[in-house]
Design a protein around this ligand. Structure first.
Ligand SMILES: *[C@@H]1O[C@H](CO)[C@@H](O)[C@H](O)[C@H]1NC(C)=O
Ligand SMILES: *[C@@H]1O[C@H](CO)[C@@H](O)[C@H](O)[C@H]1NC(C)=O
Ligand SMILES: *[C@@H]1O[C@H](CO)[C@@H](O)[C@H](O)[C@H]1NC(C)=O
Ligand SMILES: *[C@@H]1O[C@H](CO)[C@@H](O)[C@H](O)[C@H]1NC(C)=O
Ligand SMILES: *[C@@H]1O[C@H](CO)[C@@H](O)[C@H](O)[C@H]1NC(C)=O
Length: 471
């Protein structure tokens, strides 16, 4: 209950900031987005995805987008058919005094100029094919721009600006109006501004990020759910960038690290305006995607991805009942875990809600019946199906408070990775605390937890092994 109302509050603030964000955006967008179109030479690679807002504060941070080029390669191998693109809006302004306007929109990637001996739609769409993420091109003539007329070697005033989202005629708001050439040349102006969208891309193209599983969408509603950690606004719809932010996000003290993200596009009066990356330390049920927007803001292209746990049953939940039908029992072997022999029940799994960090079950190190003072070991029964050479993050919660401050003072636990001790934890007397370590995988890795001498017992729960992003 407390969580939902907090979440709701967070969302309300979010929604309001979008509407504000939209109006701020409309006034600053011109500089932010058209400056490169004016002053940089054509044909530069698209810039990396940027975070424009994080948890309510403005920023200019770049997300290192690791975007696969598969898509581009496939598209360039086959000759593009004209039918792969559809015209979204026509151009106007062909006479000496007619005027048109270029798109001012989100998700701008880059531009080029194309041979202007004809109105060269084909060359522009070819360019879009070669730019990763391009789904839309705006082709237009720009007049009285000295860079196009005299400086850039192409000597063409036919500009082709490409975007990672589809824009419509209502976004034709840039009319020119700069004095770039000396009088008697006039102000810059635009003519014949047409828009072309990749026909197959009603949905923004995405690729599931490494280490994640797609669990929601695309749909027209965002999650409203427990475990919300914060959000970032991106300058384009970039699933990998959102995954990178989730991976890099610091853990919530109570809930642990980011386990899920929801990326969605806000349309304000139908115009793509912001791309929200909302992060969670719990994986929400798809049924919590209930936010369709409010007022003039609608949610679209909402997708959810859950971080894959490479450790099976890290919450010990497969030990889901007691044979006697009761609520308290323990064992030294479950479907997924083994307490390895030392003395008596030194590594066990308990089925008892009050002991667990979440769910019904929890791991225990130290003799469960208190009959010896030997440290125990808990080992997953299967090896980890990891990718050799990649880094993984081991994360878990550990509790060392059962016997009180005096007896727990010297408690200890070790994390072993392929037989090496990667950490010795001396938690003292402490309640559930989050720990995380980064390890290098060699494939079929063995993770073990070892330690605790009864009565300085140590409980472990919600153990995760997550793939770390390549840097
Ligand atoms: C972002 O960068 C631009 C240009 O470098 C600068 O004018 C602007 O103040 C920066 N904004 C923030 C929030 O840092
Ligand atoms: C092509 O662009 C160049 C450079 O801006 C300009 O001088 C020329 O008049 C244009 N040609 C046509 C046919 O529009
Ligand atoms: C919302 O949309 C209506 C109708 O399209 C328009 O009259 C109104 O100005 C819009 N409000 C905002 C805040 O954009
Ligand atoms: C595991 O549990 C079984 C059944 O209670 C018991 O006989 C055995 O001694 C235990 N083994 C260890 C190593 O604790
Ligand atoms: C793994 O982590 C180490 C230490 O942070 C880093 O130097 C290395 O580049 C990482 N390797 C990969 C494949 O991410």
């Amino acid at each position: 209950m407390m969580f939902s109302s907090l979440r709701l509050l967070a969302f309300t603030v979010l929604a309001v900031s979008f509407v504000e964000g939209a109006s701020i955006d409309l006034s600053t967008r011109r500089l932010a987005h058209l400056a490169p179109i004016f002053f940089t030479p054509p044909g530069l690679p698209a810039s990396d995805t940027k975070v424009t807002v994080i948890d309510g504060a403005s920023t200019n941070q770049t997300v290192d987008a690791v975007v696969s080029s598969d898509d581009v390669t496939r598209r360039s191998l086959v000759r593009r058919l004209p039918s792969e693109y559809e015209q979204i809006f026509p151009g106007s302004g062909t006479g000496p005094s007619d005027r048109d306007a270029a798109i001012e929109g989100t998700a701008y990637l880059t531009y080029t100029v194309v041979d202007n001996s004809t109105y060269n739609v084909d060359a522009c769409l070819d360019f879009c094919d070669r730019v990763t993420g391009c789904v839309f091109a705006n082709l237009y003539y720009e007049f009285n721009n000295d860079l196009l007329d005299y400086v850039f070697s192409e000597k063409s005033n036919l500009k082709c600006a490409v975007y990672a989202d589809i824009h419509t005629a209502v976004e034709k708001t840039f009319f020119g109006g700069q004095q770039l050439e000396e009088a008697p040349a006039g102000l810059t102006y635009i003519q014949k501004s047409t828009g072309w969208a990749l026909r197959t891309r009603a949905d923004i193209p995405v690729q599931t990020p490494d280490g994640y599983d797609s669990v929601l969408g695309p749909t027209d509603a965002a999650n409203i759910a427990n475990g919300y950690m914060g959000y970032a606004l991106l300058d384009r719809y970039d699933v990998q960038a959102c995954a990178d932010l989730c991976n890099a996000r610091g853990p919530d003290r109570v809930g642990g690290s980011c386990q899920y993200f929801n990326l969605w596009r806000a349309l304000v009066n139908g115009v793509p305006t912001t791309y929200t990356c909302a992060m969670y330390y719990l994986v929400p049920d798809p049924s919590t995607a209930t936010n369709f927007g409010q007022d003039n803001l609608t949610v679209s292209q909402s997708r959810g991805y859950a971080r894959r746990n490479y450790l099976v049953d890290g919450g010990f939940e497969s030990y889901d009942h007691c044979n006697d039908g009761g609520s308290f029992c323990y064992t030294n072997v479950t479907q997924n875990w083994l307490g390895t022999p030392a003395g008596s029940n030194d590594g066990t799994v308990f089925h008892f809600v009050p002991y667990a960090h979440s769910g019904h079950s929890v791991g225990l190190l130290g003799s469960a019946d208190g009959s010896d003072r030997l440290p125990g070991t808990l080992t997953p029964r299967g090896t980890l199906d990891t990718i050799p050479g990649r880094n993984y993050s081991i994360q878990f919660f550990l509790n060392s408070d059962f016997s009180g401050p005096r007896l727990q003072a010297n408690a200890f636990a070790e994390v072993h990775w392929n037989g090496q001790v990667i950490s010795t934890i001396q938690p003292g007397y402490s309640h559930w605390t989050y720990y995380q370590y980064t390890v290098l995988a060699r494939g079929n890795d063995v993770l073990q937890f070892h330690g605790a001498r009864a009565p300085a017992w140590v409980f472990l729960d919600d153990i995760k092994v997550y793939l770390v992003s390549l840097c």
